[in-house]
Ligand binder design. Structure first.
Ligand SMILES: [Zn+2]
Length: 128
């Protein structure tokens, strides 16, 4: 899963389909992300110490990551992400549509530098 906190994503399923918003939190264990203003629920709350007025609380519920697409900052499209190693061994995400980098995801590692990967299999791990 290559979507990270702070990314802009497009929702491709559900009530908020077509919505573009920011990822607030990614839960890797459940494969879900909380997206600002998406999949909101209203919770009615009784008066209590914490909520002396009671009332309605709006809350964004987690969305399955498979229902989200990354919005590429370079081409502006809702795209799939890939991961690749650069010549210096830096691992980065990239837009599968236009090939633009979408940010580094791991620091440079000698084992993944151009000279080391030349004999091994190129590591272009897709989204699992
Ligand atoms: Zn792109």
């Amino acid at each position: 899963m290559l979507i990270r906190t702070g990314d802009t994503v497009e929702v491709i399923a559900g009530n908020d389909r077509g919505e573009r918003s920011r990822v607030i939190k990614v839960d890797r264990a459940t494969g879900k992300a909380i997206v600002e203003g998406v999949n909101g629920v209203k919770k009615h709350i009784r008066r209590s110490q914490k909520y002396p007025q009671g009332g309605v609380l709006k809350k964004d519920m987690p969305v399955q990551l498979s229902n989200l697409k990354f919005v590429c900052t370079a081409c502006g499209g809702a795209v799939r992400l890939g991961a690749r190693f650069l010549d210096d061994g830096v691992k980065e995400r990239f837009c599968k549509k236009c090939g633009a980098s979408a940010g580094q995801i791991a620091p440079a590692k000698k084992a993944h530098s151009a000279s080391a990967t030349a004999k091994g299999k190129p590591a272009t791990a897709g989204k699992k």
